[in-house]
Each structure stands twice: as structure tokens, then as C-alpha cells.
Design a binder for this molecule. Structure first.
Ligand code: MG
Length: 381
């Protein structure tokens, strides 16, 4: 036994003895009180991974069949926290940029993982941008700290897990026959989400309405360039029982977007326009609500602050995702109780999920009681 370990045990015994002498049973205290912080260090490791998508993923501007992600781990005192960066190519991050960023992150300088604010401020200050790579550290740190506390984050935040929302399930743009088939396969989900912003928009909605009357949310991904056209479309969509419209116009068209929101019979949500905290303030008066994603906002800590800020500004909140493993989805779902809108189907769209965590049952987000972000590893990676 080395000297510091011996000193630590001696000190722990003395403290324990003192507590018992004072009539306090030391067993009621978490063993974490006795962590010898001097000799314990956090160790970050990371590994590139490629998600295989079940269907071709089509946006207004591109199509793809894989998504690059970075899987991270922070190890401390024999406990491992898991994290993830999901990096769809159109957002500018990649295995290369994440490797470069994460190589610069030195967590060994921090003695205490509970100093999350300090640690994550440091991570954010290393380089501008890199939000997904930063999120991969934030998520792993939350998982680690939750495990050290022995509690899931929804509990640490005081949220009631019975109040999770229904998640929408995305129906990709395709031929009418395939779209009808996809709607059938999505029977379990109570809300459908449709990507619009092409000249086939009305056909897509009509096709879905020919087979189901479920509520539909639409995401235009900045596809409509004219506010009058956009308002006509939204009025038409309202008649088709569409519930909300995400990012109808280019994010730069702020005045036109504010006009559209003022006249729109449906709530509008900023997605591409809202990355981090300052964007929430800019979105106020321009959109009815914001779509928060961990991969845009650098992780759970900032997402939590954004929710509070949006609420205080009277805005609605939606939690979204990229195509991600159950790691990223389980992390963000910890924030979902009480949020009205959820679009957390990213892990359901892939074939090679290395984790198991938050589930969707009968269309509803279902949290478990596992500590941290609530995941276990099911595939080696
Ligand atoms: Mg979107």
C-alpha cells in the first residue's frame, strides 16, 4: 500500500470514528465524501464510430446513409461516464475535427468531477465552434457525475419522469408508395414529423393524410424563401391538422420570419437559427419556440440553461437530436419531462446502436432509473 493511500485510509477512519463518537452513523454518508481527490484524475478517451442508417436520410439539401460519431469516455476512480458527438456532414464537424479538438482537452488538471461549471467552461474555451465535440465531453461528464451520485439526471434536476412527452417520428421524403409503407411501420408513434421544403410538399402531406389522421409536425429546414408563400403553405398545413412548423425560412431572414410568426396560425420553431444561449434571446419575437439539440449547444449543461431562459421569455421548447446512438438520446431525454415537444427518434433510425437506454414505448419517451444518463453498453466499440 503506498503512503498516500495509507494516509487516506487513516484519515477516513479518523473522520468515521469522529462521526460515530458524535452519535452519527458514518454509513449514512456516501463513500464519495471520502474520495481522496488528490490522487484521482479524470481520463478522457475517444473513438470514431460510424452509424449505419436504416433508410436513406433526405433533407431539403442532401441525402446520406451513414453518420460519423465520436464515442467518448471519462474514467475516474474506476467509474466510466459515456458521451457522444454526432456529426452530420452538413454541420461542419467530422472525425478529423473532433479528434483534433478532443486531443487538446486535458481533464487531468481537475481534481474534482463535480466542478462541472469550471470544467465545461474550460472545454468551451479551448476553441470556438466544435459544439458536438464539446457535447461529447459534457455528456460523458454528466454520466460520470450522475453515476458517482448514484442518481439519474432527471432526478438530480428534480424532474418527474412520468411527465415525459410523446416523441415525433420522422417520415423521410420518398415516393408515395414508400411513404405509405413508412407510415404503416410507424404505427407505434403518436406524432409524425415530415421534412418539407421541396416542390413535392403538398403531395407528401396528402399521401400521409390518405393513410393516417395522426398529428403531423413539419420541418422545412429553411426551404421557403418567400414569406407570403410560407404563410399560404402554413394556412394550408393547418387545414391538414399539422401542429407546428420548424425553421420555415432561411435563418438570416429575421424580419420576414418575425412577420410570419406574427401571422402564422401554427407555432413556429427556430432550429438552424438557434444554436446556443445568445440565440435564444435573438429568437424571442421571431419564433414561437426553439429546438434545442445537444450537438448544437455543447451539451446538457447549456441545454438546461437554454430551457430556463426560453421559459422565462415565454417561448415554447422542443428537444431534438441528430441521428445518434442511445447515448446522446438518453442524455437529452433526461431533460424531457415537462417539455411539450420532443423529436427524439435519432437512435431508432440506426442499425448499430452500441448502447441501450431511454426507450420509446407507445410513442412516449420512457426514462429508466439507472444513474447518470441511464445507459448500458450492449455492443463492443
Ligand atoms: Mg430541424
Amino acid at each position: 500500500m503506498n503512503k498516500s493511500r495509507r494516509d487516506f485510509l487513516t484519515k477516513s477512519t479518523l473522520i468515521g470514528g469522529a462521526l460515530i463518537a458524535n452519535g452519527i452513523n458514518s454509513n449514512i454518508f456516501s463513500k464519495n465524501i471520502f474520495i481522496n481527490k488528490k490522487n484521482k484524475k479524470m481520463k478522457l478517451s475517444f473513438k470514431p464510430y460510424t452509424l449505419q442508417l436504416k433508410h436513406v436520410f433526405t433533407l431539403a439539401s442532401s441525402s446520406r446513409t451513414t453518420t460519423p460519431v465520436m464515442l467518448t469516455q471519462i474514467e475516474y476512480d474506476g467509474v466510466i461516464g459515456y458521451g457522444e458527438a454526432s456529426m452530420p456532414p452538413y454541420l461542419g464537424e467530422s472525425h478529423e475535427t473532433a479528434t483534433k479538438f478532443l486531443s487538446k482537452v486535458d481533464l487531468s488538471q481537475f481534481k474534482d468531477p463535480f466542478e462541472m461549471e469550471t470544467i465545461l467552461e474550460y472545454v468551451d474555451s479551448i476553441e470556438p465552434l466544435n459544439p458536438a465535440a464539446k457535447a461529447s465531453v459534457d455528456i460523458a461528464l454528466h454520466d460520470l457525475v450522475g453515476k458517482l451520485l448514484g442518481k439519474p439526471w432527471h432526478k438530480i434536476w428534480g424532474l418527474n419522469k412520468d411527465k415525459t412527452p410523446y416523441t415525433s417520428f420522422t417520415i423521410g421524403i420518398d415516393t408515395p408508395e414508400v411513404v405509405k409503407q413508412k407510415v404503416k411501420e410507424a404505427e407505434e408513434y403518436k406524432v409524425l414529423k415530415v421534412k418539407l421544403g421541396r416542390d413535392t410538399d403538398k403531395q407528401m402531406i396528402e399521401t400521409i393524410r390518405s393513410v393516417t389522421s395522426k398529428p403531423i409536425n413539419v420541418d422545412v429546414n429553411q426551404g421557403w424563401k418567400d414569406k407570403f408563400f410560407a404563410l399560404d403553405m402554413i394556412n394550408w398545413l393547418k387545414e391538414k391538422d399539422v401542429k407546428m412548423v420548424e425553421q420555415p425560412m432561411p435563418k438570416e431572414m429575421i424580419d420576414d420570419m418575425a412577420w410570419l410568426t406574427e401571422h402564422s396560425p401554427l407555432p413556429t420553431f427556430g432550429d438552424e437559427a438557434v444554436q446556443r444561449i445568445p440565440d435564444v434571446i435573438k429568437a424571442h419575437g421571431v419564433y414561437s419556440g426553439i429546438n434545442i439539440k445537444l450537438m448544437k449547444c455543447t451539451g446538457l449543461r447549456e441545454a438546461h440553461k437554454m430551457i430556463d431562459l426560453a421559459r422565462s421569455l415565454g417561448m415554447q421548447v422542443m428537444l431534438g437530436c441528430m441521428t445518434e446512438t442511445s447515448c446522446g438520446i438518453s442524455a437529452v431525454s433526461q431533460l424531457s419531462p415537462g417539455v411539450e415537444w420532443a423529436d427524439l427518434d435519432g437512435n431508432l433510425l440506426i442499425n448499430n446502436d452500441p448502447f441501450e437506454g431511454t426507450k420509446v414505448i407507445d410513442g412516449k419517451v420512457v426514462l429508466n432509473d439507472k444513474p447518470g444518463i441511464g445507459i448500458s453498453k450492449v455492443l463492443p466499440h
